[in-house]
Write a protein that binds this ligand. Structure first.
Ligand code: HEM
Length: 570
């Protein structure tokens, strides 16, 4: 037989085997990867549901509709027909966040690269052993004991805000409509700068320094309502090598340039401050005992110096982690411009809005704070301790309830690093009519965990899960809950090995601010009764219906509490 014919025959057989194996593997993957999970019909092959999801009127509108129809797990389409599994199921979420052997699910390429644009080589960009290495150094900076030491900073910032509002009031009985959003932003920025860098940012004094300017309006400018083009561009990011992507995102696209400009400014500042701090460490001027050495940056520098060289962060990585603290902890809004948004301040916006609508609960909180103040004065202390704040049941139930009802980060996105099977706490019916208790996941499957959806499940939180009712935390049946997340069984701070590192910082900061403000002022809705919407922009931004051009808005009437004005506010 002709040897050429034999060779081409053998080649054909080998090619056929390879193609068959590839096809078989592809079919197996598809079959394994939530193929039969139900979901809404896709409005477009090109962009799937993704445009309507990023542009929905209010955070959670679509999730609510989909959960009502399909249960706690469903499937939507991303660009070019890619499936995204959506989950509000607590057992499934715990599985994805689980700590055991760590890293079965990564943050998606687009979420990582957006973080890279904003913060550089930060913990939010890293994955697997790199993530574990960075987290190991960052962890001690935000431990419970460290965070407690920040309480005086939070209290000082809150008192300063009270003083500003008292001054603005003058002789008037009340301030009829104050947009509290930019005030909370500046307060949290001052607090993170002092706690983070021992740096006086002066945001509450409206000192518009370079630092305040660059982070102003960040999320709104860069994340709200992405164009179809940019959504499609991001769809291809997972298929582009990292090095090429780093070059591509430097293209002159307005959104990306905005983020890179902010990053350059913050990196410059962080770099200068870190150098300064390292020099003090070398000269022995900063030690564990000195007040100055308690800021996050000093702790990070010290932790890194004593770390095994194998795990040590480079200077660039240290700078990126400081930018992460700043961006995760605060981001500036200004009442004169459309605003950006942030985490703790956004949570405060929603809390005071709910309290303004619920004067009964607000009064109970005030009574509780007054009683605790009496005890503090009785024992001759200057201010509340962490234990005092922890013991305030009304205050703490209010904080838990706001984190449940209005989670600032409403969606957590992941991609499966391995094939897996996700268990469900509630079965779902598939497109074939089968009822399943688990969903097979193939490597590469994109998954969105709806924190908003889980936080509002009536089966977990009660029939009134969509309403503000802090008292639920006094009576809730804990047996009905799955132990998840890091705070109050909520998904608001994520969970597992990528859970929010700043959750203790944030909770203590919010406790201190709420107590100070409620003690001094009554908050009610302004006469014009604006309709506030939860606008999606990566974080939930409060805006007035049909007045989105005004940016972040939370207008409230502020009336001083009758009685003696604490001396430090005069
Ligand atoms: C109400 C306030 C806050 C909320 C709701 C919040 C929420 C979150 C969430 C949901 C994640 C996880 C994202 C994911 O799983 O992909 C996260 C991560 C993170 N947060 Fe926060 N955060 C808040 C405040 C803060 C503060 C004040 C800081 C710093 C002082 C901070 C630092 C971080 C860091 C460093 C990470 C990355 C953790 C990792 O990848 O291991 N956060 N945050």
């Amino acid at each position: 037989m002709d040897p050429i014919k034999i060779r081409s025959g053998v080649s054909c057989v080998i090619l056929a085997i390879i193609l068959y194996t590839a096809w078989h593997k592809y079919k197996r993957r598809r079959a394994r990867s939530c193929e039969h999970i139900r979901g809404p019909p896709s409005p477009s092959y090109i962009v799937g549901h993704i445009v309507e999801l990023t542009r929905q009127g209010e955070v959670g509108d679509l999730e609510y509709q989909w959960m009502s129809e399909f249960g706690w797990a469903w499937k939507i389409k991303h660009c070019l027909g890619r499936d995204v599994l959506f989950l509000a199921d607590p057992k499934a979420s715990t599985n994805i966040h689980r700590l055991v052997s760590g890293y079965n699910y990564s943050r998606t390429t687009d979420s990582k690269f957006i973080s890279w644009l904003l913060m550089g080589e930060s913990i939010l960009f890293a994955d697997h052993s790199e993530h574990a290495r960075i987290r190991r150094t960052m962890d001690p900076a935000l431990s419970s004991a460290r965070v407690r030491a920040f309480l005086p900073i939070f209290q000082r910032s809150a008192k300063k805000l009270c003083g500003k509002w008292r001054k603005e009031l003058g002789d008037r009985p009340s301030l009829p409509s104050v947009n509290v959003a930019p005030w909370f932003s500046r307060l949290t920025l001052d607090a993170i700068c002092e706690a983070g860098f021992d740096f006086n940012c002066g945001a509450l004094d409206d000192d518009m320094n370079e630092f305040v300017r660059v982070y102003k309006n960040m999320f709104q400018d860069s994340m709200m309502h992405p164009t179809t083009g940019s959504l499609l561009f991001r769809h291809f990011w997972p298929y582009i090598p990292d090095s090429a992507l780093r070059a591509l995102v430097r293209l002159p696209i307005k959104q990306f340039q905005r983020m890179q400009h902010a990053l350059r400014t913050i990196n410059g500042l962080s770099g200068r401050l870190i150098e300064h701090r390292k020099a003090r460490e070398r000269m022995g001027l900063d030690s564990e005992e000195t007040e100055r050495s308690k800021d996050l940056m000093s702790i990070l520098v010290r932790a890194n110096t004593s770390e095994n060289p194998k795990y040590r962060l480079t200077d660039n990585e240290m700078i990126a982690q400081m930018a992460t603290f700043l961006l995760a902890g605060a981001c500036v809004r200004d009442s004169r411009d459309p605003d950006g948004h942030e985490t703790s301040a956004g949570t405060l916006d929603w809390l005071f809005w709910e309290l303004a609508k619920d004067d009964n609960y607000q009064r109970k909180m005030r009574e509780e704070i007054a009683a605790a103040r009496g005890a503090v004065m009785g024992r001759g202390d200057a201010d509340f301790s962490v234990a005092d704040l922890e013991s305030m049941v009304y205050v703490n139930a209010g904080i838990k309830e706001i984190m449940r009802l209005h989670p600032i980060v409403y969606l957590l996105v992941r991609v499966a690093d391995k094939d897996d099977v996700i268990p469900l706490s509630r079965p779902v019916t598939t497109t074939t009519g089968e009822i399943v208790n688990e969903i097979p996941i193939a490597k590469g499957q994109h998954i969105s965990i709806s924190s908003w959806g889980y936080n509002r499940l009536p089966e977990v939180w009660g029939e009134d899960a969509h309403s503000w009712n802090p008292s639920r935390f006094f009576t809730m049946d804990k047996e009905k809950q799955i132990n998840l997340g890091v705070f109050a069984n909520l998904l608001t701070f994520g969970g597992g090995n990528k859970a929010c590192l700043g959750w203790r910082f944030s909770v203590l900061e919010i406790q201190a601010v709420v107590v100070e403000l409620i003690e001094n002022f009554e908050f009610t809705l302004p006469d014009e009764r604006p309709e506030i919407q939860r606008v999606p922009a990566g974080v939930t931004i409060p805006m007035i219906k049909n007045k989105w051009t005004l940016g972040s808005q939370m207008p409230l009437r502020i009336t001083p509490v009758k009685g003696e004005v604490p001396s430090q506010l005069i």
